[in-house]
Design a protein around this ligand. Structure first.
Ligand SMILES: N[C@@H](CCC(=O)N[C@@H](CS)C(=O)NCC(=O)O)C(=O)O
Length: 247
């Protein structure tokens, strides 16, 4: 099998989900690191990336074995499962229509709500040109509301996976969004189940290897981003907020 090509970014959560899934499925993959600017060759808003995805966002996946190119992390995850998960490593954890529906609903909650709310929270904290406390408050509240729902689910599921019965693609979707909560100005203090799950996930070899693969690719392809880590990109951030972020 030829390696898959994952189009990713130094620190973004969405490509990480796909790297984690590839690790669980033991798929060979290479990573191309893009930045968020309009650079024709390196930027997700540039010409080269537009040939891969009209949506100008990562992740995208290129599978030379089938010729399939796919973007949107939910669609990529589903493609990987259809194409490469014949042993049902990534779930659902049971054979019934309810098992599949459970998996779908938790993935959709992440894709449609938790991730976009967290993303907006980060945007208004670091990148919006004007300070907007109302927006920060609103999105923070929405993320915590999702955390409440997740906390209760982890109590029901036994705590080490979002669905009862072991790690599935659902956990791959959530992990990279929950891990950087602190950077998004959020705390796990009131969410002991969530913290426990996150610690457990961080110990899983496929998760460790996925993070390492993005780190290694970034160190080689975008050393500036590697040095910056989770700090906001000062090239993109509004000047007034850049001063605050530096301080
Ligand atoms: N719904 C999309 C979201 C993709 C997305 O927002 N990706 C971010 C990185 S996590 C991105 O590429 N941002 C670039 C930009 O905003 O210009 C998915 O799940 O793949």
């Amino acid at each position: 099998m030829k390696p898959l090509l994952l189009h990713g970014h130094a620190t973004s959560p969405n490509p990480l989900k796909i790297a984690i899934a590839c690790q669980y499925l033991q798929l060979l993959y290479e990573i191309k690191i893009w930045d968020f600017g309009p650079d024709p060759l390196r930027g997700v808003k540039g010409e080269e990336f537009a040939k891969i995805s009209p949506n100008g966002r990562v992740p995208a996946l290129d599978d030379p074995n089938t010729g399939v190119v796919v973007w949107e992390s939910g669609a990529i995850m589903n493609y990987l499962k259809r194409q490469y998960d014949k042993d049902n490593i990534l779930g659902p954890n049971g054979p019934t229509p309810q098992d599949q529906a459970d998996l779908d609903q938790w993935e959709y909650l992440l894709l449609t709500t938790l991730a976009p709310m967290t993303g907006q929270n980060v945007w208004f904290r670091y990148y919006n040109t004007e300070k907007n406390e109302d927006a920060i408050k609103r999105y923070t509240k929405q993320v915590y509301r999702c955390y409440d729902v997740l906390e209760a689910q982890l109590k029901r599921s036994g705590g080490l996976s979002i669905l009862p019965g072991g790690i599935t693609s659902v956990d791959c979707h959530y992990e990279p969004w929950i891990r950087p909560a602190k950077y998004a100005g959020l705390t796990g203090e009131n969410y002991p189940q969530l913290e426990k799950w996150l610690e457990f996930m961080a110990e899983q070899q496929p998760v460790i290897d996925a993070y390492q693969s993005i780190k290694d690719a970034t160190a080689l392809q975008d050393p500036e981003a590697a040095a910056r880590g989770l700090q906001p990109d000062l090239n993109l951030i509004h000047e007034a907020q850049a001063d605050a972020a530096k301080g």
